[in-house]
Design a protein around this ligand. Structure first.
Ligand code: AMP
Ligand code: ZN
Length: 473
């Protein structure tokens, strides 16, 4: 079997064939950096991490682009409320996003274009649309996309174009447009935009880009530079982006290039809290940093998310997270047990057979539209059967560990080793140095106090002729 993915465009699971294998161009809509991203946003980013890692596991060479939306209605409003300029307001949230990404073990994209530094590409795209007669200047001075001039509008979302509602981010004054369904490509600069530094000069008037335009321009610019193409292999995001965001991205891009914009459209379902979408607006959100501060292992968050298919809604509960943490611990113990057995290089035996069967199941699950719950079930079957086999003295650990390492390259859910936590390590080293200093100064009271301080954090020390050694207890 080969990889098949559910394509929102066709509403079917289709065999995946990229335009120019082994290369796969992947564009994922990134965070709006007006505030911290919540773990609902990260459910979508984690589904995209799974997708990208599985593409690589399957032998593809993925080029992953994720934009940062650092200018839109929300960022401008938030900057104004904080009394800051736009870039001043968004910079710490960009930084926080990268930290949260690393905590959750999401592999960095190959390119992170930012809207505010991609304005020339946006201006060029608007000019192309004006030249082709599919965009026009409204009475309010903003530039709009004329939906009536793009025959296939509505193909992705399958909305009857006569019933199209105004999207949340369409410029509000609909009377300035020829048709109320038309959306703004470029919004005329308002005093509120100027105050936070969110306005740029353009041949068609000073203003700022619409959110949909940003993604079209940034993705086309990136794939043009990297791969000399105007068609993405995969475009992904959360289900709430299908309409109007992705529908409008298709309209702008295809009307400008005359080429299909993206061949596969993948959408992840929501993370909910008691049946309601996790959202800043509803106040029912948790951020990744909340979890990190609570000492939650990112491996447990990943496993929790993998245990529900990306196209099914997932309800977040503390109990489910705690259960995932137990699963991660069991997996870690099994992994360490297998690892201990690898010393004698045994490649054959019952454990190797179980691992080979697991790998077949793992692949067929993920090939089937990234069925991670089935892949995880196969993994825990291996943990169960593998432990029993080891109890009976089975061999084959050297082969099994290779299979496990390959699977972890995709799922990445082994528990975080405290000993490897760089922050803990540097703290311990600093405390040991302070204790040495105290001992040299014959301040044994202070030295004992530091020893107790280390022990309180689970670190035991031992003084040896070659220096102080430490270990986690
Ligand atoms: P935003 O920062 O609002 O532009 O959203 C970033 C990404 O998070 C988009 O792909 C959204 O579709 C996605 N998203 C927003 N809320 C949720 C949620 N509760 N569950 C899953 N994905 C979400
Ligand atoms: Zn987008």
């Amino acid at each position: 079997m080969t990889l098949a993915l559910y394509n929102t465009l066709s509403r079917r699971v289709e065999p995946f064939t990229p335009l120019a294998p082994p290369r796969v161009t992947l564009y994922t809509c990134g965070p709006t950096v007006w505030n911290y991203a919540h773990i609902g946003n990260f459910r979508t980013f984690l589904f995209e991490d799974l997708l990208r890692r599985y593409l690589v596991y399957s032998g593809y060479d993925a080029f992953h682009i994720m934009n940062l939306t650092d200018v839109d209605d929300r960022t401008i409003k938030a900057a104004a409320a904080a009394g800051k300029r736009l870039d001043e307001h968004t910079a710490p949230f960009v930084q926080a996003f990268f930290e949260d990404r690393d905590y959750l073990r999401i592999q960095p994209a190959h390119a992170y274009p930012r809207a505010t530094t991609s304005v020339p590409a946006m201006v060029r795209l608007v000019e192309r649309l004006l030249e082709r007669g599919v965009a026009y200047k409204g009475e309010d001075g903003s530039i709009y996309f004329a939906i009536a001039k793009f025959a296939t509008y509505g193909r992705l979302s399958r909305l009857d174009t006569r019933e199209l509602k105004l999207g949340a981010r369409v410029a509000s004054d609909e009377y300035a447009k020829d048709d109320p369904r038309d959306f703004a490509l470029w919004k005329k600069a308002e005093p509120a935009d100027e105050r936070v530094g969110a306005a740029w000069d353009a041949p068609f008037g000073r203003g700022r880009p619409g959110w949909h335009l940003e993604c079209s321009a940034m993705s086309l610019e990136q794939i043009g530079q990297c791969c000399r193409t105007e068609t993405l292999d995969i475009h992904a995001g959360g289900v709430d982006l299908i309409f109007p965001h992705h529908e409008d991205e298709i309209a702008q891009s295809e009307a400008a290039t005359g080429q299909p914009f993206a061949r596969y459209w993948l959408h992840g379902e929501f993370l909910n809290v008691r049946g309601t979408k996790m959202s800043k607006r509803f106040g029912n959100f948790l951020t990744a940093r909340d979890l990190r501060e609570q000492g939650v292992d990112a491996a447990a968050v990943r496993l929790l998310f993998w245990q529900t298919h990306y196209r099914k809604a997932l309800d977040f509960t503390d109990e489910a997270l705690a259960a995932a943490a137990v699963g991660v611990k069991r997996l870690g113990e099994f992994y360490e047990r297998v690892k201990r057995e690898t010393g004698n290089g045994n490649r054959h035996g019952r454990l190797a057979e179980l691992a080979a069967k697991f790998e077949t199941d793992f692949r067929s699950a993920l090939d089937d539209d990234l069925n991670a719950p089935r892949a995880c079930a196969a993994l825990f079957q291996l943990v169960h059967d593998g432990n029993a086999a080891l109890d009976a003295g089975a061999s084959g650990a050297a082969a099994a560990i290779e299979v496990l390492d390959r699977a972890m390259g995709v799922l990445d859910i082994l528990p975080t080793s405290k000993a490897l936590d760089p922050a803990l390590r540097s703290w311990v080293e600093e405390r040991i140095a302070a204790r040495d200093k105290a001992r040299k100064a014959k301040d044994f009271k202070e030295a004992d106090r530091i020893r107790a301080e280390l022990l309180a954090k689970g670190v035991e020390i031992e003084d040896t002729p070659s220096g102080t050694k430490w270990r986690l207890v």
